[in-house]
Ligand binder design. Structure first.
Ligand code: ZN
Length: 163
């Protein structure tokens, strides 16, 4: 079902196992979630979490320069929402998550969850999905990002015709 040209980059998935748990104080939030997926052998799924961090690092993708810029938030914050997905990059489980954080005045900050976000307390749910296709991240020329391209070196009809 994966096709180039973004006409149909989607696939039916079926809910499978779920893991629910908490991370340890001092864990790197992104690395700890990735580790949970690796330990459970989850290569496709969805991630959610709430809790608090002692500091945070979030990214913003500049669409013109095609580079991430990072914001370091060096203070305790609430995790108001963390939502993300699990797929495969370079043959390993890869967690892509976005996070919204709240400060003591009720202000919100957020962005692309980066390494360097340190857990104070965090409760997470990982929902595994099963699919006939492997959701594999590959470099995408159009955006400069690593996006889902399908697996098994899936080729579009267009690619096949070129060969
Ligand atoms: Zn992102």
């Amino acid at each position: 079902m994966f096709r180039k040209g973004n006409l149909s980059v989607k696939e039916f998935v079926a809910a499978s196992r779920q893991i629910m748990g908490r991370l340890q104080k001092g864990d790197d939030l992104l690395l700890a979630l990735t580790k949970e997926c690796e330990a459970a052998g989850i290569t496709l799924g969805e991630v959610r979490a709430i809790g608090a961090v002692s500091r945070a690092r979030v990214g913003y993708y500049d669409q013109h320069s095609r580079q991430y810029t990072y914001v370091d938030l060096g203070m305790p914050l609430e995790i108001l929402s963390l939502t993300g997905n699990v797929s495969v990059k370079d043959g390993r489980p890869f967690v892509h998550a976005h996070i919204t954080l709240g400060d003591s005045d009720g202000r919100a900050f957020g962005g692309h969850l980066a390494e360097g976000t340190i857990v104070f307390a965090a409760e997470f749910v990982i929902q595994e999905y099963l699919s006939k296709e492997r959701f594999e991240r590959r470099f995408d020329e159009e955006t400069g990002l690593c996006l889902w391209a399908g697996a098994k070196g899936l080729k579009s009809k267009e690619d096949e015709n070129k060969q």
